[in-house]
Design a protein around this ligand. Structure first.
Ligand code: GLC
Length: 485
């Protein structure tokens, strides 16, 4: 059967003819280790569905399945001016969003670089002060300080945070390399609101939003075929609209004005899928990544699929091959031995190297790590990057298939965002191919019933729309969360 689905062109691999036998053997072993075939993906999806369901029960499971308290579908008529902030891994983004009320919006934004070491500062106040100071700078730049009205703010906080209501987020645990003491177990909204108030800024945090929920809502605002918001970035996660009556753990907790058939956005936090290591095809390198992370045993799925870890996986393999005397022989690997020295831009750039002799890759290793590579070594490195990137894409879409099968979605758009989705070469194609393999779709890929599409700006427009929906509920005197929250 002819496969017309998108796939990586074979030519990218280049000829392996000049690769010596011992390296070729290693390449084959790596291929075996890092390939997630269709059967494995289907097995993963099956277990994933069970785990998603478990997360919705009173007893709970590994996947948090956090109700996000967005209980409406956006109509596109939401209007007004909103502030939105997004605390990412390297930047804080501040956005002023003007919702027109006619399915469109305008945004003005600034980015503020997180000071070095902020991710692991010992003093949590520094983080909230930095955000509040950046907000103040933004208000000054945009001449917003003199407005009489308080500006509502949607806070995109993309870590697992429990919410008993929309304007609350109790951090369960840091992910993606953040590790700041005394925040886990606390509601981050008052922590930030206090710093805002100290600076007398006319801002009120009206909603705390996960990036996936923002992506879902922003994309739904412009495309009602949207079934999920997903992030393939530093972390991996997805959100969808469930129905209140299907969320067992909310039973008996809801105020009377929230009907049983109300929609409810769920932030799955499925980066924690398979923390028990039952189905994911882990390699010894995945085990090391986990053991050496600040939170061993957590985010098992994310550690195999997200941008935070792809470069590290590559580095671990290369260091091991060197230690086995197979490559980069007799060279000083001090730099390359530093954990996390390779962020995802490294495998991405290596995969993008357009030259037959992989000249860019040669440059990268010489300039950044002070190591010389032979052409066969570079071929191994490039192949390894393809394997790590492709495996990430194929496993990452298991979350999509699991939600679609759980909710019975046969068609629809999956709105995707994140650095890996947007920038990692071949990721989109490999993700689409992964879904096709799970479902066994053949024929023209453009007819695939479920497709992954680029999302609208979740942490800008999405956060603003959610803030607008939240304000509306407040104005109508409706409850924002569980009874008494
Ligand atoms: C991590 C976070 C999650 C976020 C995802 C993508 O998995 O825990 O909240 O949605 O990264 O940014």
């Amino acid at each position: 059967m002819v496969h017309l689905g998108p796939k990586k062109p074979q030519a990218r691999k280049g000829s392996m003819a000049d690769v010596p036998r011992e390296l070729m053997d290693e390449i084959h072993q790596l291929e075996d280790m890092f390939t997630a075939d269709s059967e494995t993906l289907r097995k993963v999806v099956k277990h994933f569905i069970d785990e998603l369901n478990k997360g919705l029960t009173k007893k709970g499971g590994n996947i948090p399945m956090i109700p996000g308290w967005v209980m409406e579908f956006p109509t596109g008529k939401e209007s007004g001016n909103y502030l939105a902030i997004d605390l990412g891994g390297t930047n804080l983004r501040v956005v002023l969003v003007k919702l027109s009320g006619k399915h469109t919006f305008d945004t003005t934004q600034s980015k503020y670089k997180l000071p070095h070491d902020m991710r692991t500062t010992k003093h949590q106040e520094e983080l909230w002060s930095f955000i509040a100071d950046s907000l103040k700078d933004f208000m000054v730049e945009q001449e917003l300080l003199n407005t009489k009205d308080t500006l509502p703010l949607g806070f995109t906080f993309s870590y697992p945070a429990s919410q008993n209501k929309i304007n609350e987020g109790i951090l369960q645990r840091w992910t993606k390399g953040f590790d700041i003491p005394n925040v886990e177990g606390h509601d981050v909204v008052p922590l930030l609101q206090n710093e805002i108030s100290k600076r007398e800024l006319p801002i009120e945090i009206v909603a705390l939003i996960n990036d996936t929920v923002g992506t879902l809502v922003a994309s739904y605002y412009t495309d009602p075929e949207t079934k999920m918001g997903v992030i393939f970035g530093t972390g991996v996660n997805g959100a969808f609209y469930d129905v209140v009556s299907d969320i067992e753990k909310l039973e008996g907790k809801l105020a009377d004005d929230i009907p049983n058939d109300s929609p409810m956005a769920i932030n799955c936090e499925y980066g924690s899928f398979d923390n028990e290591h039952l189905v994911l095809p882990r390699t010894k390198y995945d085990v090391i990544v986990d053991e050496q992370s600040p939170r061993p045993g957590q985010q098992a799925f994310e550690k195999m699929t997200s941008g935070y870890y792809l470069g590290e996986l590559l580095r671990l393999v290369l260091v091991e091959l060197n230690e086995k005397g197979l490559m980069l022989k007799g060279q000083d690997l001090t730099k390359l031995k530093q954990p996390y020295i390779m962020d995802t831009s490294y495998p991405a750039r290596i995969e993008d190297d357009p030259f037959e002799n992989l000249e860019d890759t040669d440059d990268i290793f010489q300039k950044d790590f002070g190591v010389k590579t032979t052409l066969p070594e570079r071929k191994l490195i490039r192949r390894l990057c393809e394997l790590i990137g492709t495996r990430a894409a194929r496993l990452a879409v298991c979350g999509i298939a699991a939600i679609c099968q759980k909710r019975g979605y046969k068609t629809g758009h999956i709105a995707a965002d994140g650095s890996v989705y947007n920038k990692y070469p071949g990721f989109k194609e490999a993700a689409a191919k992964g879904l096709r393999d799970i479902y066994g779709w053949t024929g023209d890929a453009s007819n695939d019933p479920i497709i992954i599409v680029p999302a609208e700006d979740g942490s800008g427009a999405g956060a603003a729309v959610i803030a607008a929906l939240s304000e509306k509920r407040i104005a109508e005197g409706k409850s924002l969360g569980i009874i008494g929250a």
